[in-house]
Design a protein around this ligand. Sequence first.
Ligand SMILES: N[C@@H](CCC[C@H](N)C(=O)O)C(=O)O
Length: 256
Amino acid sequence: MDFFKYQGTGNDFILIDDRAETFPVSQERIARLCHRRFGIGADGLILLRNHPEYDFQMVYFNADGAEGSMCGNGGRCIVRFAHDLGLFEAETRFLAVDGEHQASVNDAEVLLKMNEIAGIDQQADYAFLNTGSPHYVKVVEDVESMDVVAEGRPVRYDSRFAPGGTNANFMQPIGANALFVRTYERGVEDETYSCGTGVTASALVAHRQLGMSSPVSIQTLGGNLRVSFVTTADGGFSDLYLIGPAVRVFTGSVAV
Ligand SMILES: N[C@@H](CCC[C@H](N)C(=O)O)C(=O)O
């Protein structure tokens, strides 16, 4: 089977052109393909399929092989993949697990429109919201030196977020409208270099909690992203865009 490897700020994915719907989906197989010792290695695997009403459909699996909720960096990578396949020229509409997404590409970046957010559950020492995937967001003083796995894993399995659990983001303001964000990802069960839905959640919490305005620039371990948004009268967010690079790394062939 031919595969394509893409990364968006270091969040890396196996992309498969499954327009013929021949990929043999199984949790064990996908987990093996994503394994960094026994497989290709990736934070997730994404199938690109045809859809009668859209340019394409995105079917996303976490590295543990289970079908996941929305993946922002994966969404940007599949847009670049669809563009590389010649499925659209500059702008596209595609279907993902959380509904329709619009996106556009230029040489350097992919701009992915995220779904509107109704509001943020703000607690005393953290915030929780769903940006296509569930995210816990906490402001910390020294994000660079903290142990994200040691602090994030208990949050990921905390009973407050049961039964699905949550991703855990730790953010530090590094400028007037700038953050450094690190994320423990559910389904990878480790820190990843970047999480698109996680930085989207962090930018909105930074607006609400720290007074940051759109666009918020975000540094991650794997590179830089921007999140732009408009606030709505009822306390939500619309016109939400996740913006940053998404590139093909290599292609190959693997036995399934
Ligand atoms: N890496 C993703 C998030 C993927 C989903 C997450 N692992 C979950 O299960 O909630 C992103 O870029 O948004």
